[in-house]
Design a protein around this ligand. Structure first.
Ligand SMILES: Nc1ncnc2c1ncn2[C@@H]1O[C@H](COP(=O)(O)OP(=O)(O)OP(=O)(O)O)[C@@H](O)[C@H]1O
Length: 414
């Protein structure tokens, strides 16, 4: 490893799963769980990976730890490709890179004392001396805020928060340099979350760990991360220093996630944008920007003068027509009501096209209505996939990011 190499360097990582059908398991497509993500974690640095459930966070974690082979891309640890490791190097990587789960201690053998469970990785990695193992475990159990005598108790005797402390002790027992914490506090009562997060932070500092903290909850990563990567449908849409991300979010998805964080003071951020609809399937992601089917700020096509909300409503109708998810008996007025499209669009040409399409739809011709709307209202967000570009406050992949203020494209070297 040279001094300039980050501890972990993930480059264009992909993990696709085959989508099969029938008893013959015929290959009918791919689930693009992780679809070309790049980021680094430095020694002693804490990086967050956030996004809604199903966006590929856990798959990314398993793949970058080498627990599953990637479909594409590379993972470099201390500057070396983990795919090229020999047996000895793989064994070392397994010691150096540890994972902590949502309820880590739930996976412990209920018949073993937690001390034995925490010590197990030491035994597996060849430490024969029982007393030495016990000393290391007692020390760690105290460092995570329990008492050394707790080592003789069993997993069911502990609360959720205590179990996460024990899970952390086990993740640290081999003295790793990288810790991947997957939803470390989401199984816990709100009252103990802050305690566990501050424990993770203090342990991370004391051990000089590179930490990748995975969470669906932005407020969790805000607490402890230096930088945050926001994932949507297998891709990173924004990557920035934590303060920049929270003060000046560049991607509409980040803005929407931020506005869904509950805040005690309703005059502050929060309660603003609402994210409509479900996350689309990673087996069939939307074209262009994958977020365009839900984006509150989806860019209107040139040549129309529409309010943002009107345009979003028309897009919602288009998305549902595409998926054939609407009541075929509904008339034009009912569809306008359902999609919150005003009785008359503010742009007269757009209104004429929409009325004609609704009439075509009412006549039972969904495909013709869909195509007419697609022809007239195609947005750059559906036709072109935005690149991740560097801005003054981090990297973002959105057509709205002002080209004039973008700097050089992000590279993996920094
Ligand atoms: N072994 C697998 N085979 C097929 N599809 C999978 C497999 N593992 C994950 N997926 C799919 O990949 C996508 C990403 O899943 P993943 O669990 O990584 O997301 P996540 O962001 O971690 O969500 P969650 O927080 O709910 O676990 C999902 O659509 C999931 O169904």
């Amino acid at each position: 490893m040279s001094d300039g190499d980050p501890l972990l360097d993930v480059r264009g990582l992909e993990k696709h799963y085959p989508l099969t059908e029938g008893i013959l398991k015929r290959d009918v497509g791919r689930v693009r769980a992780v679809d070309g993500i790049s980021f680094t974690v430095g020694r002693g640095e804490t990086v967050g990976l956030v996004g809604e459930s199903g966006c590929g966070k856990s798959t990314a974690a398993r793949t970058l730890l080498g627990l599953e082979p990637p479909t594409g891309g590379r993972v470099l640890f201390e500057g070396r490709d983990i795919a090229a490791f020999d047996d000895r190097e793989t064994k070392r990587f397994r010691r150096e890179a540890q994972m902590m789960f949502q309820d880590s201690a739930a996976s412990f053998d209920p018949r073993m004392s937690v001390g034995e469970s925490v010590a197990e990785p030491l035994r597996i990695h060849g430490m024969r001396d029982r007393d030495r193992r016990r000393r290391i475990v007692s020390d760690l159990i105290e460092r995570v805020g329990l008492s050394a005598t707790d080592a003789d108790r069993y997993p069911h005797e502990f609360s959720g928060g205590q179990r996460q402390r024990i899970g952390l002790a086990r993740a640290l027992v081999l003295n790793p340099s990288l810790l991947v914490a997957d939803e470390p506090v989401s199984a816990l009562d709100v009252s103990v979350r802050a305690e566990i997060l501050s424990l993770i932070e203090s342990v991370q500092e004391a051990f000089g760990l590179g930490l990748l903290c995975i969470s669906h909850d932005l407020s969790v990563v805000r607490e402890i991360c230096d930088r945050v990567a926001v994932m949507y449908l297998g891709e990173i849409v924004e990557l920035a220093e934590t303060d920049d991300l929270f003060e000046n979010p560049r991607h509409p998805y980040t803005r929407a996630l931020l506005s869904s964080i509950p805040v005690p003071d309703p005059t502050k951020r929060g309660g603003g944008v609402e994210l409509a609809g479900d996350v689309p399937s990673p087996a069939n992601p939307p074209t262009g920007c994958r977020f365009h089917t839900r984006c509150p700020e989806v860019i209107p096509p040139d040549g129309y003068d529409l309010e943002r909300s009107e345009w979003r409503a028309v897009m919602d109708l288009r998305v549902r027509l595409d998926r054939s998810e609407f009541d075929p008996d509904a008339d034009g007025r009912e569809l306008r009501d359902e999609f919150e499209i005003p009785e008359t669009l503010s742009d007269s040409r757009a209104e004429r096209i929409l009325s004609e399409a609704l009439a075509t739809l009412a006549a039972g011709n969904r495909l013709a209505a869909r195509d007419a709307l697609a022809d007239a209202f195609e947005t750059v967000c559906e036709s072109d996939a935005p690149e991740l570009v560097r801005t003054s406050s981090g990297d973002a992949a959105c057509h709205l990011v002002d080209e004039a203020e973008t700097e050089s494209p992000p590279s993996n070297d920094d």
